[in-house]
Design a binder for this molecule. Structure first.
Ligand code: AMP
Length: 465
């Protein structure tokens, strides 16, 4: 197990990663509010944590990846009103859609999805304890958290209480609160769960600590989510849990993902600049999106455009072509391996150890690809090396999942017309009619295929679209 470093939002610096219990990682990521289809911004965040969890597993950690599903919330209730249906109908429908999307992206790393409404007892229990400890108070609309009672309020986001007061979320706009930044823990009114607290439902922040306390206890290793959640959401989680347990820190490593943006602006429902994952997948393979996410650093903004998707597709095609060649080459007799592949593999994993630097890892892959292609064209790549490189890609694909090995193994089925043209070109070449051979090559290329002449004869492949 090598020492990994991650940037911790709580201390605003990179730190050595040492989980609370050796070899075991408890990780929680804020899941979706299920009232609409997921867009590419959501997908980026969930791919980032999927890759991170797979990477930790590769590093031999046992990971419990917990994610909540916010299935009761003002936005869900509002959408139900608009659609003249119930909150439950909306929540269950979009939860199903969300899970379908995750499956389509090959995200299987989540150990447990926990619905807010399956943890109402735990929520009520936390609210009761906060009231008892003097951190919460009741007013007409609900039970609220008093942020002035919690000395460390603002430590994650670096905000003062005054700055926090200016950013009060919609559901927390009760007139008679003690401080403007106080947030709702238990909201009275319809729809509600019966309770001695007063019939009501959870506020936005409390479900997460109720869920994590149940599965992890008061302290755990990693909390994730995109950076918009740092304030007020994650700040509120700290205030709730640390006040309840008197144990600090609630989370050892706060790892936040950057936004997916469009022309520099966060992709979001409210700005109307979103592309749903479903629409994206009508046009591109899920591997393309995974590759786009891999190509930028998880903490940086990722500015999405059609050009980025096309570039990812072209790059993947180059990798696929290399892998197809390696498939053939590795069939030859094996000898002792050279250090080249091993050294490359070492440097690849080294850059990941430093705050999961995937763009640098990508750079190394493409330098190595160019070098390998050159050695293949010079007949300098041994079957042993071909196999080692092929296996390297298989190994990293378990973490990143941007290659579809089934397709690499598939023999390409060429249309009859292309096969015929290939034969004609061979005939012209055998007759040393180079002009005609070139004309046919251009025709084949125009139809979207390319010819590579190799030792075993010409090979025709689809050109990257
Ligand atoms: P929500 O839509 O608020 O339920 O968000 C679910 C998750 O997706 C949260 O972790 C958000 O921070 C994240 N998210 C929403 N929009 C974006 C975006 N444009 N880029 C990256 N993550 C996002």
């Amino acid at each position: 197990m090598n020492m990994l470093k991650f940037y911790n939002t709580l201390f605003r610096k990179k730190e050595d990663f040492e989980p609370i219990r050796r070899g075991k990682v408890n990780l929680f990521v804020c899941g979706p509010t299920v009232y609409d289809f997921s867009h590419l911004g959501h997908a980026r965040t969930y791919i980032v944590y999927d890759m991170l969890v797979r990477y930790l597993k590769y590093q031999q950690y046992k990971v419990f990846y917990l994610q909540n599903i916010t299935d009761i919330d003002d936005k869900i209730i509002q959408r139900a009103k608009e659609k003249k249906t119930t909150w439950k109908e909306i929540a269950r429908k979009f939860e199903k859609e969300y899970l379908k999307d995750m499956k389509a992206l090959n995200i299987k790393s989540v150990t447990k999805y926990a619905r807010a409404t399956s943890h109402i007892k735990e929520v009520q229990n936390q609210v009761r304890r906060l009231l008892k400890k003097g951190y919460a108070y009741e007013i007409r609309g609900g039970i609220y958290y008093n942020i002035k009672k919690f000395k460390d309020y603002g430590k994650l986001s670096g905000r003062t209480i005054e700055q926090a007061e200016d950013a009060v979320s919609r559901i927390d706009q009760a007139e008679n609160k003690r401080n403007r930044g106080d947030f709702c823990l238990w909201k009275f009114g319809e729809p509600y769960w019966k309770s001695s607290l007063g019939n009501g439902r959870p506020g936005w922040h409390i479900e997460d600590t109720a869920i994590t306390e149940k599965y992890f206890g008061p302290q755990y290793d990693i909390h994730g989510g995109a950076r918009d959640l740092i304030f007020p959401h994650h700040e509120a989680e700290i205030a709730q849990m640390e006040a309840l347990s008197d144990k600090r820190p609630m989370v050892e490593y706060w790892i936040h993902a950057g936004f997916l943006t469009v022309n520099g602006q966060k992709m979001s429902k409210s700005l109307g600049n979103f592309i749903t994952l479903k629409d994206f997948l009508k046009k591109y393979k899920p591997e393309v999106l995974r590759f786009i996410v891999f190509s930028s650093h998880y903490r940086s903004p990722l500015d999405y455009s059609e050009a980025i998707a096309q570039e990812a597709k072209t790059n993947l095609q180059k990798l696929k072509e290399l892998l197809k060649k390696l498939e053939e080459l590795k069939k030859g007799p094996k000898e002792n391996g050279k250090e080249i592949v091993k050294n490359f593999e070492k440097s690849f994993f080294k850059v990941l150890e430093d705050d999961f630097n995937t763009p640098q890892a990508k750079g190394l892959i493409f330098d190595f690809l160019a070098e390998t292609n050159k050695r293949i064209s010079e007949n300098k790549l041994s079957p042993q090396e071909a196999e080692e490189i092929y296996n390297f890609f298989k190994k990293i694909n378990k973490i990143f999942g941007f290659l579809d090995f089934k397709r690499i193994k598939e023999k390409e089925i060429l249309p009859k017309e292309i096969k015929e043209l290939g034969k004609l070109r061979e005939k012209a070449r055998n007759q040393e009619n180079w002009q005609q051979a070139d004309e046919i090559r251009r025709k084949i290329e125009k139809l979207g295929y390319k010819i590579e002449d190799s030792k075993e004869g010409p090979k025709i492949r689809t050109m990257p679209r």
